[in-house]
Design a protein around this ligand. Structure first.
Ligand code: ADP
Ligand code: MG
Length: 213
């Protein structure tokens, strides 16, 4: 079936480990770009932060692979919180931990269930950071992506990418970039860009799961 998984498909712990491993790879490949974006409107460490955090996630998941989707996300979130300096660590850590907690101890998860869990987790990120869509933060990618995941993995990837691109003309109202005021306009937000990488990795992982049958 082109463009989507069979409805009723479910995903186990291995899928979630594969997702975060793919995310770690993407963050690693794009780290220089993330840092470059952060050098324009921040302190030039977002790529370094994300690379360190996701390398720790990958190592933790390899060393002691958690047995359920929820446990994978909680373990990953914990690694991000403890290894990433900077605003993005607690925010991404909260995203994954909250999503993992929402999934409970279910062995397998459907895409709509993951969409609900991520929507709740994104709300927790908004609460922690006090930001809303339009503030030029990761939420500009996360909010539309979590919602579009209710439709398909591909729609979530596209929504995240569009959300990241849409941060360019915005003036930052949260985080370090907000110190620049007007001068933050015209640059893509680093955190929204890394959020798009996470959803691209999710869509890729879903596509390979389909091919593998
Ligand atoms: P720091 O800003 O501490 O150097 P990073 O460079 O790793 O941390 O991450 C910067 C990104 O974090 C920003 O591009 C933005 O997307 C996100 N961010 C910063 N503050 C907030 C906030 N209050 N709410 C949501 N996202 C935020
Ligand atoms: Mg920074």
């Amino acid at each position: 079936m082109p463009g989507g998984e069979t409805s009723g498909e479910t995903y186990g712990a291995e899928f979630f480990r594969d997702w975060l491993t793919a995310a770690a790879g993407a963050v690693d490949r794009e780290a220089d770009r993330l840092t470059e974006l952060d050098s324009a409107i921040g302190d030039a460490d977002h790529g370094v932060n994300m690379k360190r955090g996701f390398a720790a996630v990958r190592t933790a998941l390899e060393k002691e692979p958690p047995g359920t989707p929820g446990a994978v996300l909680v373990a990953a979130g914990r690694q991000l919180i403890s290894t990433v300096g900077g605003a993005s660590g607690p925010l991404y850590g909260t995203l994954l931990r909250r999503a993992g907690k929402a999934l409970g101890d279910a062995e397998r998860i459907s895409r709509p269930t993951l969409a609900e869990a991520l929507t709740a987790a994104v709300a927790a990120v908004a609460q922690l950071g006090g930001a809303r869509p339009g503030d030029k933060t990761m939420l500009d990618a996360l909010v539309p992506a979590a919602e579009a995941l209710g439709t398909s993995f591909a729609a979530a990837r596209e929504a995240a990418e569009a959300g990241a691109l849409a941060t360019v003309p915005l003036r930052a109202r949260k985080g370090r970039a907000s110190y620049l005021g007007e001068r933050s306009i015209g640059h893509q937000d680093p955190g929204a860009t890394s959020s798009a990488l996470l959803f691209a990795a999710l869509a890729e992982t879903a596509e390979s799961a389909e091919v593998a049958g």
